[in-house]
Write a protein that binds this ligand. Structure first.
Ligand SMILES: Nc1nc2c(ncn2[C@@H]2O[C@H](COP(=O)(O)OP(=O)(O)OP(=O)(O)O)[C@@H](O)[C@H]2O)c(=O)[nH]1
Ligand SMILES: [Mg+2]
Length: 499
């Protein structure tokens, strides 16, 4: 038995290496034993530290509050995250503002390109004598007033408005020519934003509202861009405090935009261009990342984005982005929040699932102004219908039965503008009936619809918090986030007591 053990020890390369030298003197042996004891002491100390660290991490992860932002694309998830950082992590936020300049410049350029493409198409019709299509008339939308249904049998999608005559002249042709360098500047900015993130991808589709309204070429120019991580794409400093005082370099994009400032303003303020946009039902001012009204400020060579500019900037999220935020403000000062911001388009939703059982709360963004819009990914689907289907899936998920659910009925400001412009909710949602076409009434009606789905689909009764929001309004959102934070912490503590 002994011989066998000895043999197996000798055949083990480690035992061979660890065996003391054969000709070791007593003094050498003493020295070796002392050294080994010291090494063991250090090793035990490291083990202790690791154990302590692991226990700390476990305790901390119980204390950490984890929130998942969910909702379809363009529902306002990243905007909520921005509001949260603006309010609770303002040092980092301030340091990052300037890094958003390129995104905002690109948003502005995309606004201009949408108009240029519409103008070009119109001019092409004017220039084509054989074309039987009269100027100002457009091919009807292939989607028309399609009735869709699964849950919301009564929801329909928008149709195009009737055309009028628009007089585009030589002045517009010149403007079109002078502003054409912006196409290349836009491509350069996209490349620059993407260059710092190897996983950067150009989005294929365009946005929901304009889908089916804009021509193919206009869709291309309004093409969105997205990133997997703001930090990489924006070149955010890991510790940005130093950068906040540095002057902004006047790069090529900034220089070209400054030179074209007056042309952009005269394009946007031109009454015929406005007519064209109206006829095309482009509603460009309600679009994400609309900055044409701020052209004079943004095209300034020394422009530095404001809080509000960054909150309004549009940068599509791809995949899932984790944000660790140590609260610098309020009652929960010093506590750590982990916020997961996800990409909302259909092709990205499979990535949400792994986070379901890891979070304390879900903030679900329902953009309620989109009752007359279609999904970019599938233009046969009404955006509000998609939102309600998502909500149904969330409330019926058993993985989420202990998760606090919070709903932001978002984009109330846009809803108000739409209703004021005469768009009738009951044209798209028959069940709205003869109720008043007024924002308060629509919000209440939709709140009830969300609650009905909980009652019908949740496996057990559960508390859900519903808020009417316009998350581009940072002041109002700060107040809502305070209440939300308190509610989440309360639920978190309640749950922690049972753990
Ligand atoms: N007017 C208005 N605009 C909003 C509101 N909420 C968000 N937006 C704008 O809508 C655009 C889209 O918002 P995001 O927060 O990027 O949307 P998202 O849900 O993160 O979209 P994905 O990343 O594609 O999933 C941004 O330009 C926002 O500024 C709102 O309440 N009112
Ligand atoms: Mg996003």
């Amino acid at each position: 038995m002994v011989a066998r053990t000895h043999k197996s020890q000798l055949s083990d390369p480690f035992s061979l290496v660890l065996q003391p030298p054969k000709d070791e003197t007593p003094a050498e042996r003493q020295q070796r034993v002392e050294l080994e004891q010291e090494q063991k002491r250090v090793s035990d100390q490291i083990d202790d530290e690791l154990r302590r660290e692991r226990a700390d991490r476990k305790k901390k992860s119980k204390r950490e509050v984890k929130v998942l932002l969910l909702g379809q694309s363009e529902s306002g998830k990243s905007t909520v995250l921005k509001n949260f950082r603006l309010k609770y992590a303002s040092t980092q936020w301030k340091a990052e503002l300037r890094s958003w300049r390129a995104v905002i410049q690109l948003n502005l350029i995309q606004n201009v390109l949408v108009i240029l493409d519409l103008m070009q198409n119109y001019l092409a019709v004017l220039d084509s004598p054989t074309d039987s299509t009269a100027p100002g008339s457009f091919t009807p939308s292939p989607y028309g007033r399609t009735s869709i249904d699964s849950t919301l049998s009564d929801i329909t999608v928008a149709s195009e408005r009737s055309p009028t005559n628009i007089s585009l002249t030589q002045k517009h042709r010149v403007l079109n020519l002078r502003l054409s360098p912006l196409r290349e500047v836009g491509d350069d900015l996209r490349r620059r934003l993407g260059a710092s993130d190897p996983e950067f991808t150009f989005a294929n589709g365009t946005d929901g509202a304009m889908n089916g309204v804009l021509d193919e070429s206009s869709r291309k120019s309004s093409r969105e861009f997205g990133v997997r991580g703001w930090i990489g794409a924006l070149g955010l400093p890991s510790n940005g405090a130093k950068r906040a005082d540095e002057p902004m370099p006047v790069d090529e994009a900034t220089e070209i935009l400054a030179t074209l400032r007056d042309d952009i303003i005269s394009l946007w303020e031109d009454p015929d261009v406005r007519d064209l946009l109206k006829v095309k039902n482009a509603r460009i001012e309600d679009r994400p990342g609309f900055f044409l009204s701020d052209t004079a400020r943004i095209t300034n060579r020394t422009y530095i984005p404001s809080d509000n500019d960054v909150v309004r900037a549009r940068l599509r999220t791809l995949g899932v982005q984790e944000w660790r935020i140590v609260l610098e403000q309020g009652d929960s000062f010093g506590s750590e929040w982990v916020i997961y911001d996800v990409g909302g388009s259909r092709s990205m939703r499979h990535a949400w699932l792994p986070y379901f059982d890891a979070v304390n709360a879900i903030i679900f963004l329902a953009p309620i102004s989109c009752f007359d819009e279609r999904l970019a990914e599938d233009p046969s689907v009404n955006r509000l219908e998609d939102t309600l289907l998502l909500w149904r899936a969330i409330v019926s998920s058993t993985l989420l039965k202990n998760t606090t659910l919070i709903v932001f009925l978002n984009k109330c400001d846009l809803l108000k503008r739409k209703l004021q412009s005469g768009i009738q909710v009951n044209k798209y949602m028959l069940s709205f009936g003869t109720r008043q076409n007024e924002v308060g009434v629509v919000v209440k009606y939709l709140k009830d619809k969300f609650k009905d789905i909980i009652r019908a689909d949740a496996s057990e009764s559960r508390t859900t918090y519903l808020y009417a929001t316009s998350v581009t309004d940072t002041k109002a959102t700060a107040a809502t986030l305070n209440t939300v934070r308190d509610g989440i912490i309360r639920e978190h503590l309640k749950h922690a007591e049972f753990v």
